[in-house]
Design a protein around this ligand. Structure first.
Ligand code: F6R
Length: 199
């Protein structure tokens, strides 16, 4: 695991964007894995700037989302199976961008998730719903209770994983990720088993 401590979030964003830019220079048709939430915005903003300047093109790249709230898809079980097939048919994910939850979740693999899990339906913890209420007008009750998420086993198949975290609220989760024992109670610690992770 390569750990880079950046002086500012913007610097971390540039490093994440560099990893994607270098990959796309080698393989313009590369497959990206993208997280939502606020952490990766510093990477996406920098990528947007590079595209606007003409120094980067995403035209041939493909991307897979990590997760989605339930309520936006009809056949949930079928959607999970189709998603795993679509990733495999695309040749697998070349670079996976991740954030991390304050409870150590990656994608929406909450504490207790199997380290071998695949794309499936999960129940969000109360903590995650509180953390994400800011995306729903500040109202916890408006945050869906369920989601579809790539599993930890799915994420570990990406060839390169780039996890970005900033702020004091993530400190304990990052400590566990980098220095803690591998445990389903801190799902991000599964990344210690992957040969090519940049934090
Ligand atoms: C979102 C995702 C989540 C977030 C995590 C941190 O697609 O996979 O694991 O990365 O909840 O969210 P932020 O970055 O908003 O603190």
């Amino acid at each position: 695991m390569e750990v880079i401590i950046s002086a500012t979030p913007e610097e971390a964003g540039r490093l994440g964007a560099d990893a994607i830019s270098e990959l796309l220079q080698r393989r313009p048709e590369a497959v990206l894995g993208v997280a939502t939430g606020s952490s990766p915005l510093i990477i996406y903003d920098e990528l947007g700037r590079r595209v606007a300047q003409g120094s980067l093109s995403l035209a041939e790249a493909r991307a897979f989302m990590l997760d989605e709230y339930v309520g936006l898809a009809a056949d949930l079980v079928g959607a999970c199976e189709a998603y795993e097939r679509a990733i495999a048919d695309a040749g697998g994910i070349d670079i996976q961008i991740l954030g991390i939850g304050t409870d150590g979740h990656i994608a929406f693999n909450e504490p207790g998730s199997s380290l071998a899990s695949r794309t499936r339906i999960k129940t969000l913890t109360r903590q995650t719903r509180i953390d994400n209420a800011r995306f729903f007008g500040g109202d916890v009750e408006s945050v869906p209770r369920h989601c579809l998420t790539q599993g930890i086993g799915t994420i570990l198949e990406a060839r390169h994983i780039v996890l970005v975290a900033s702020g004091r609220r993530k400190a304990e989760a990052v400590h566990q990720l980098v220095e803690g024992p591998v445990s389903a109670m801190w799902p991000a610690t599964a990344l210690q088993l992957h040969p090519n992770v940049t934090v």
